[in-house]
Write a protein that binds this ligand. Structure first.
Ligand SMILES: NC(=O)c1ccc[n+]([C@@H]2O[C@H](COP(=O)([O-])OP(=O)(O)OC[C@H]3O[C@@H](n4cnc5c(N)ncnc54)[C@H](OP(=O)(O)O)[C@@H]3O)[C@@H](O)[C@H]2O)c1
Length: 433
């Protein structure tokens, strides 16, 4: 232990560089809290010759990540390369060499979590990943440890800062989706290709990880029903506002009987809902536990420094528990090693819905539409007409209905002469508490 905890880093980009800076600048506190010195001993990057703004001897930068995962002088590996390969193979190789791993890689965990956790247990090492969901927000450890005695009923999260920023601009400035995306790109919140964010796959990966630990049931990204924000229009946002709602991209994981439903989709939430106050690029997770009740975790879901806080927290946890390496992962994995709940198809989920229809402006239209809803046994909570003549539109909010029935009703509506088009269908969330 005299050498302290020797860390090998895979990657020195946004997160990796912030981890190195934090370990250097907070070295005193970290050593006291970890009970040992935590030192970066080698860092793999694609281009070791590039100048980097990190407090690190350049001779520690290497091109070959394999050197790090097998090096005898590395105790713990931090994977902040991202993507599936070579990250997956490198993590498996590090574990095979008896090293615990800290990763921020949600895409990898959501696709290959079971394989990686099985390997960690088999090798008696730990795999920690606080940074993979919610950047700087502590959410994995609170669910895994603090709430381990409770039963989680529902998790509702705003897990993607880019889409939350875009929806905030649309709500507060009346921007179009396209303008808001451009603004997010100019500020560095959105990538040049924003599809992983706007189509919901980043949030789906995080939802899969949270659902796995909250419900002791392995959930992969592909199991998550996913709808992004690309179909949300300025009109939807404006109607939501008039009804007292805001539109958010929600990740929802909930217990429904013996099953679990995990989904990502835009939803209208009342302005009084705790998640309605989560603006700009912030993230939050609202947890409903059987005993604890509602509990909300809020903060910066991305960015080098916030994410590095989570990575360094995991390193400190590993440093403290070195004598018992593997115990954190083994204990957590024992719970969700066997699937205790089936996954509920999104068609079976119940909820309220908002519909925006282009309709003919003539007598009897409302009656025909109301008849279609009645035929599918969906009751209407609110309805009003906007505009006249060719501009006539109908806004409808339903009472609780099953998603499958709502989709069947939408097909019936589309077949009516009086309905020119269904512009939008968005789920409506009930208020909290
Ligand atoms: N950025 C965030 O705010 C954030 C938040 C939460 C989680 N995460 C996750 O953290 C991980 C890292 O994200 P990031 O934003 O820090 O990425 P990034 O800025 O693109 O950095 C990636 C780093 O990995 C290195 N690298 C890539 N491929 C490599 C290879 N084959 N061999 C050796 N080194 C390689 C790169 O080297 P070069 O420097 O030479 O190019 C770079 O240093 C991802 O899994 C991401 O999802 C990021």
């Amino acid at each position: 232990m005299s050498d302290g905890l020797r860390v090998g880093m895979l990657g020195c980009g946004t997160v990796g560089a912030a981890v190195i800076r934090m370990l250097h600048e907070h070295a005193g506190e970290i050593e006291r809290r970890a009970g040992t010195h935590v030192a970066v001993v080698r860092v793999a990057v694609r281009d070791p010759d590039r100048q980097r703004d990190v407090p690190l001897d350049p001779s520690l930068l290497v091109k070959e990540p394999d050197e790090i995962v097998s090096a005898p002088d590395v105790d713990v590996v931090v994977e902040v390369i991202g993507g599936i390969e070579p990250a997956r193979s490198l993590i498996l190789a590090a574990m095979a060499a008896g090293k615990s791993v800290v990763t921020a890689n949600k895409a990898l965990l959501a696709d290959h979590g079971p394989e990686l956790f099985d390997e960690a247990v088999r090798r008696g090492v730990d795999l920690l990943y606080e940074a993979a969901v919610g950047g700087g927000i502590p959410v994995i450890r609170p669910i895994r440890e603090h709430l381990a005695g409770d039963r989680i009923v529902r998790l509702t999260g705003i897990l993607n800062g880019t889409t939350n920023y875009i929806l905030t601009r649309m709500t507060e400035d009346g921007s179009s989706l396209e303008d808001a995306v451009r603004e997010a790109q100019a500020l560095g919140y959105a990538e040049a290709d924003p599809s992983a964010d706007v189509e919901g796959s980043d949030a789906a990966a995080k939802a899969a990880i949270l659902a796995t630990i909250a419900f002791d049931t392995p959930v992969a990204a592909k199991d998550v029903s996913r709808e992004g924000i690309t179909a949300v229009t300025a009109d939807d946002i404006a109607f939501a506002k008039r009804l007292g709602y805001v539109v958010k991209l929600l990740a929802v994981a909930e217990r429904v009987g013996d099953s679990v439903s995990v989904r990502v989709h835009p939803a209208m939430i009342p302005t009084s809902h705790p998640l309605a106050a989560v603006r700009d690029a912030f993230n939050a997770v609202l947890i409903d536990g059987e005993r604890v009740g509602p509990l909300m975790l809020y903060g910066r879901g991305a960015g080098g420094d916030p994410t590095a806080t989570s990575v360094v927290g995991d390193l400190i946890e590993l440093a403290r528990g070195r004598a018992a390496a593997g115990t954190i992962t083994t204990a957590a994995h024992a719970a969700h090693g066997e699937s205790v709940r089936s996954l509920l198809p999104v068609d079976d989920v119940l909820g309220e819905f908002y519909l925006l229809l282009d309709v003919a402006d003539r007598p009897g239209v409302l009656a025909a539409i109301a008849h279609a809803f009645a035929h599918h046994q969906i009751s209407i909570k609110q309805v009003w007409q906007e505009g006249h003549g060719d501009e006539a539109r109908l806004v409808i909010i339903t009472h609780v209905a099953q998603e499958r029935t709502l989709r069947e009703c939408a097909r019936t509506l589309e077949s009516l002469d009086s309905v020119k088009a269904i512009r939008s269908i968005i789920r409506v969330e009930a208020g909290e508490g």
